[in-house]
Design a binder for this molecule. Structure first.
Ligand code: GLU
Length: 299
């Protein structure tokens, strides 16, 4: 366990090393960092390296370096999800034994004919092998919802809108939904602050928490930055990696995007000084209550 002390706030930043950090990741990192530090909380770094085939070579080191250059300081050692396979597997086995999860051998082609919620073909199959099969979690025919600190009430009907979802892929890789829930609980995370693209993953995570008897963290989903062509700012769409030379101006821009104050004298400050200035002034109530922000509107 990373820490034996349990302060009342533990936040985290949990990048996936499929590419470099970009301005959208900076906004998520900055919001989670300031939200933690403003209340004297801990802030952890977790590398979500669940998917080696999609990992960009060198991305882990580049992400760590960007965070350092941008002045972020995390508590304790960075954790890696690739070190946690035994914990994930143990829970998968437990869910299978309890009949709460089941192997699924549906092919991609079969499922393409049924877009939307998984149609449940393998739900009631008996004696399916667990090797060379995906593992799906059986979801209840219920709505799961929560109140996000920025986005407000969010609800989703797991049965109708999501369906039984994959917790271990057919190729043996563990799914994000499972790993994130287990790791947030394992690390004692009290507050999840991340991009609004994950809002619609949260009800699945709430269900997993309930099923496994894990505490439910508070959630704050920050707006996503949308590029002029309507694409979200992400790794797939021409989002430029964070440049060290731009740390101070981009931190100031990220602060403004989050509705926080800045000051002209900060334009000559070091990144760490910008963060130190912003911590006592952080007010999450000022974050725009919207899912997306147009990049063009940001100064
Ligand atoms: N690893 C996810 C990402 O980079 C974030 C997961 C989370 O914050 O829950 O998009």
């Amino acid at each position: 366990m990373p820490s034996s002390a349990s302060p009342s706030y533990i936040g985290r930043f949990a990048p996936t090393p499929s590419g470099h950090l970009h301005f959208g990741s900076l906004i998520a990192a900055l919001a989670s960092y300031l939200d933690a530090r403003a209340v004297g909380g801990r802030w952890l770094l977790r590398m979500e390296d669940l998917d080696p085939p999609r990992e960009m070579p060198g991305a882990q080191a580049a992400i760590v370096e960007s965070l350092q250059r941008y002045g972020f300081e995390w508590d304790g050692e960075m954790q890696r999800q690739s070190d946690r396979h035994d914990a994930y597997e143990e829970v998968i086995e437990r869910l299978l034994r309890a009949g709460l999860a089941y192997p699924c051998v549906c092919s991609r082609k079969q499922l393409e004919a049924h877009p939307g919620a998984y149609p449940g073909f393998c739900r009631d199959a008996t004696n399916q092998p667990t090797e060379d099969a995906a593992i799906r979690l059986r979801v209840p025919n219920l709505e799961y919802g929560f109140t996000d600190r920025v986005q407000g009430d969010y609800r989703q009907h797991l049965g109708r809108e999501v369906g039984d979802f994959v917790i271990r892929r057919r190729d043996g890789l563990f799914a994000y939904q499972l790993a994130v829930v287990l790791d947030d609980a394992w690390q004692g995370v009290t507050d999840v602050v991340r991009g609004a693209d994950l809002l619609d993953s949260t009800p699945r995570q709430l269900y997993l928490q309930e099923l496994l008897g894990l505490p439910q963290p508070r959630y704050l989903h920050v707006p996503l930055i949308i590029q002029p062509d309507g694409h979200k700012l992400g790794k797939r769409y021409r989002s430029p990696p964070l440049q060290p030379a731009e740390a101070t101006p981009l931190l100031l821009r990220a602060l403004r995007a989050l509705g926080q104050p800045t000051a002209t004298e900060l334009s000559d400050a070091l990144p760490g000084e910008v963060l130190a200035w912003a911590i006592p002034r952080w007010n999450a109530d000022r974050i725009p209550r919207t899912r997306t922000l147009a990049e063009a509107q940001l100064r």
